[in-house]
Design a binder for this molecule. Structure first.
Ligand code: KIV
Length: 277
């Protein structure tokens, strides 16, 4: 079913059932107004830990906290009614072990109303994913370029080229077997993304992967041109809102300095009725 025809948000199993069907549409969101704008168009909306970089000026996602995710998750939830909300588990909130992951995933779901959590990692996280799923927490996995691991990956490089492709495929298979209902494939060669999509039984959600994935996701501030610190090759800019906003702000500043704003239509009279001469 298309997102526009749907009245209620899909469940993780509905997203899983979209494997090999109409591509799954998703974007990140961090605020209520942005969530409202995408609600009718997306199958799921991700409250990504990219919030740290695009809204809070952090240089990576590593400084994002549980409290930040809860606050942005609550804001996004207020703007959604027909798209499912997935929320990222921030760095340090799940890697210690399944119990820590359960405690924090349960808090994210209980305090934000998210339908699922997303966490980064493949084979190494399979046990944790199985533990969460067995206890009622739907999990979206994330393999390939996993931004929370940039310090061990050596930067934001394409993942899975050459021999590393087999390891990445094993990661995707492990999370699918552990019970994840979908997996994000970030910044991997197109041929590998296609091979993984054909090899596993859950939807692949590509970002810098392939049009052959079962769905796509982008960071909303990237595709709207609001985040301009850098642009990854895989981002398509659908608007230049950042430039438009700066032009508008400069025009406002000029108007204020020239006393052109506020104009007569923006100010209040003293309430005394004027008699016509
Ligand atoms: O945090 C995020 O925005 C993400 C997407 C890039 C998939 O994880």
């Amino acid at each position: 079913m298309s997102a526009t025809a749907r009245k209620t948000a899909p469940l993780p199993d509905d997203i899983r059932a979209m494997k090999r069907g109409t591509p799954i549409v998703s974007l990140t969101a961090y605020t209520t107004p942005m969530a409202q704008m995408m609600d009718a168009h997306c199958d799921f909306v991700l409250v990504g830990d990219s919030v740290g970089m695009v809204l809070h000026g952090l240089s990576s996602t590593l400084g994002v906290t549980m409290d930040m995710m809860v606050m942005h998750g609550q804001a996004v939830a207020r703007g959604l009614s027909s798209a499912m909300m997935v929320i990222d588990m921030p760095f340090g909130s799940y890697e210690e072990g399944p119990e820590q992951a359960f405690r924090n995933a349960a808090r994210l779901m209980a305090e934000t109303g998210a339908g699922a959590v997303k966490l980064e990692g493949g084979v190494a996280m399979a046990g944790t994913i199985a533990f969460l799923v067995a206890r009622g927490i739907p999990v979206m996995a994330h393999v390939g370029l996993t931004p929370q691991s940039i310090n061990t990956l050596g930067g934001y490089k394409v993942q899975g080229r050459g021999d590393a492709g087999a390891t990445l495929k094993a990661d995707a298979k492990a999370v699918a077997e552990a019970g994840a209902f979908a997996v994000v494939l970030e910044k991997v060669p197109e041929s590998l993304a296609n091979a993984i999509t054909g090899a596993i039984g859950i939807p692949t959600i590509g970002i810098g992967a392939s049009a052959g994935c079962d769905g796509q996701i982008l960071v909303v501030d990237d595709m709207l041109g609001l985040f301009t610190a850098f642009k990854a090759k895989f981002v398509k800019r659908y608007a230049e809102l950042g430039k438009d906003a700066e032009t508008a702000i400069a025009a406002y500043a000029e108007d204020v300095r020239a006393r052109r704003f506020p104009g007569p239509e923006h100010v209040f009279g003293d309430g005394v009725a004027r008699t016509k001469p």
